[in-house]
Structure formats: structure tokens, C-alpha cells
Design a protein around this ligand. Structure first.
Ligand SMILES: *[C@@H]1O[C@H](CO)[C@@H](O)[C@H](O)[C@H]1NC(C)=O
Ligand SMILES: *[C@@H]1O[C@H](CO)[C@@H](O)[C@H](O)[C@H]1NC(C)=O
Length: 219
């Protein structure tokens, strides 16, 4: 959000996309250098987000890649930035620009899913900023999702994807997610045990697969 405020009027949010239970906008920031030490490394430790498989080079690859596609992927973790590289690769990040900016003309590889849009280039990311929610950036609506889309992560990272609180009702559970300092994108609430699982992705972590409960993701 800081960046969005700093750039002010220069930043025009180009697209508003409603996908499933999420609403967000994104805008182009520029063409940035990448290296084997990935600039946008937010998908480190993640194996799979819903149906999106994360490759060893910490990107989701899709032949139908477009900015909309990548925004959809990165919104699942509430990432503030995403980058498109070389036609079909999608990276998510909480920061960008660690290897510096490149000429815009370096990002001239057409997107696999729409040749009239550019998706980066060789070792170059077309980087975009995400802005969530329509209500001053505050995501406050939660929708139930019985299909419980899954998050698969490396075992060492598993504990970092959620935390648990004893809370008597689902309203209190959602309220806690809403006000949580660490980013909380969804909850899994078990009425019998009165346990609230606060989830950092809009997905149910594999470690909670067998936990019964109602799953609500932020809209
Ligand atoms: C491809 O992108 C252009 C530019 O954003 C857009 O006008 C067009 O509708 C897109 N085509 C498809 C098939 O989505
Ligand atoms: C990957 O997981 C390890 C272990 O939890 C953690 O220390 C590290 O920060 C994670 N990396 C990223 C980019 O999230």
C-alpha cells in the first residue's frame, strides 16, 4: 500500500477482476531484472495452491498465462506484487526490484494466453502491484467455500501458514481474522471444539485437511 500511495496519481489501476470470492485490482509497475536468486520469491516453500502447481523455480507455469491468470494465483496468498516472465511464468512476491529495473523494451515477450499483452522476457519480469478490496483496501466480507481449496507446502513451512485460537463462535473467529496483525485471508472454524484456525492463504493448509469445520475466505 505504501508504494501505491507514493506513486499516487501516476498509478492507474488497469484492471478490476472478480474471480470466485475475491476482488482486486492490479497495475503495471515496470520491467525488472531477475536472476537465479528470484526477485519475486513469495512462492518459496509452496508446492501447490488449489490447482496451481508451484515449480522448483518458485513460479506457476501456464501456457494460457496472462496478467489476469497470475493475479488470480497470487491473490490466493494476498501477495502485493506479481511478475510475469518469458511468456508463461508467474511469480508472486512481498517485495520486488532487488536486482534493479530494466528497460521496458526488455519485457517484450508476448503472453502465452494473449499475444497482445507482454509477459516479461528472458530474466525479465513485467511486475504488477495488486490492490485488494473495493472498500478502501479493507477486505471485510467473508464467503463460505465448502470446496475447501488446498494449500500444500514444505513441512518446515507448514506451521507458518496458519495459527489457532480458542474462540466460541464463527463471528468471533472471523472478527479475529479481520483484525489480525499478521495477514489472515481465511478461517476454518470448528463448532464442536470451538477452535478457530486463522489461515494466511485463502486455502486450507494440508496439515488441517482432516480438521472438520466451516471454511470462510475473505472477499
Ligand atoms: C487480449 O488483451 C487485449 C488487451 O488487454 C484485450 O483487449 C483482449 O480482449 C484480450 N483478448 C482476449 C482473447 O482475452
Ligand atoms: C520458507 O520456510 C522457512 C521455514 O519455515 C522460512 O524460514 C522461510 O522464511 C520461508 N521462505 C519464504 C520466502 O517464505
Amino acid at each position: 500500500m505504501m508504494l501505491v500511495l507514493r506513486l499516487g496519481a501516476a498509478l492507474v489501476f488497469a484492471a478490476s477482476v472478480a474471480l470466485g470470492d475475491k476482488t482486486y485490482e492490479y497495475s503495471y509497475l515496470g520491467c525488472f531484472v531477475d536472476s537465479a536468486d528470484r526477485d519475486l520469491n513469495g512462492l518459496t516453500n509452496i508446492t501447490k495452491m488449489a490447482d496451481f502447481e508451484v515449480k522448483s523455480y518458485v513460479a506457476v507455469q501456464g501456457t494460457a498465462m496472462t496478467p489476469d491468470y497470475c493475479a488470480n494465483v497470487c491473490s490466493l496468498g494476498g501477495f502485493p506484487y506479481f511478475g510475469l516472465q518469458l511468456n508463461s511464468y508467474c511469480f508472486c512476491g512481498r517485495s520486488y526490484g532487488s536486482h534493479g529495473q530494466a528497460e521496458d523494451s526488455d519485457c517484450n515477450t508476448p503472453c502465452g494466453g494473449n499475444a497482445s499483452i507482454n509477459c516479461g522476457g528472458p530474466w525479465r519480469n513485467s511486475v504488477f502491484a495488486m490492490r485488494y478490496g473495493s472498500d478502501n483496501g479493507c477486505r471485510s466480507s467473508y464467503r463460505p467455500n465448502p470446496s475447501r481449496p488446498q494449500l500444500v507446502v514444505s513441512s518446515s513451512y507448514s506451521k507458518a501458514t496458519y495459527w489457532t485460537e480458542a474462540i466460541p463462535n464463527v463471528a468471533g473467529c472471523i472478527q479475529m481474522c479481520n483484525t489480525a496483525a499478521s495477514s489472515c485471508l481465511a478461517v476454518l472454524f470448528n463448532r464442536q471444539a470451538r477452535l478457530c484456525q486463522l489461515l494466511k492463504f485463502a486455502l486450507v493448509p494440508q496439515a488441517l485437511n482432516t480438521v472438520e469445520g466451516e471454511f470462510y475466505a475473505r472477499g
